[in-house]
Design a binder for this molecule. Structure first.
Ligand code: FES
Ligand code: FES
Length: 159
């Protein structure tokens, strides 16, 4: 039995068509088939948030989403939103506030926070922490990250 599927989707604004194993998850597809290695694989259980990407306008766990589920959809990764400049303000605030953590956790954090800034622009510090609570880093107390969100908001928004 052929366990492959043909998928067509848009990734970072570009049309992509590939044949993938039906069991391939979205983050592996992005990393290994498309070479977009900004999204990472940590727990593979939907816990750590390292695999966070945006699909059809909302963030999803790339490890719990099959590539086949993205068929016909629109996916954005950290590479794409960096190229468009969409989250430039947030990225700059991360640098200025020294909120930048490692390359493993930061891409997912940025995608999560950009969604939060759009959906809940007036979130207070506790609410920011709550929103980012699905993006794990054991190396930070998250203070600088919350500071960076507030700084980016003061300057305009994510961009
Ligand atoms: S790798 Fe997906 S949530 Fe941890
Ligand atoms: S997991 Fe990225 S700095 Fe801690």
């Amino acid at each position: 039995m052929d366990q492959h599927v043909d998928i067509s989707l848009t990734v970072n604004g570009e049309s992509v068509t590939r044949r993938v194993e039906a069991r391939t998850n979205l983050v592996d597809f992005l990393r290994y088939d498309l070479g977009l290695t900004g999204s990472h694989v940590g727990c593979e259980h939907g816990v750590c948030g390292a695999c966070t990407v945006r699909m059809d306008g909302r963030i999803v766990r790339g490890c719990l989403t099959l590539a086949a589920q993205a068929d016909g959809g629109e996916v954005w990764t950290i590479e794409g939103v960096t190229d468009t400049g969409e989250i430039k303000g947030l990225q700059e605030a991360f640098v200025e506030r020294n909120a930048l953590q490692c390359g493993f956790c930061t891409p997912g954090m940025l995608l999560t926070l950009s969604e939060m800034m759009e959906r809940f622009p007036a979130a207070n510090r506790d609410e920011i922490r709550e929103y980012i609570s699905g993006n794990y880093c054991r190396c930070t107390g998250y203070e600088a990250i919350v500071d960076a969100v507030e700084m980016a908001r003061k300057k305009g928004d994510a961009a």
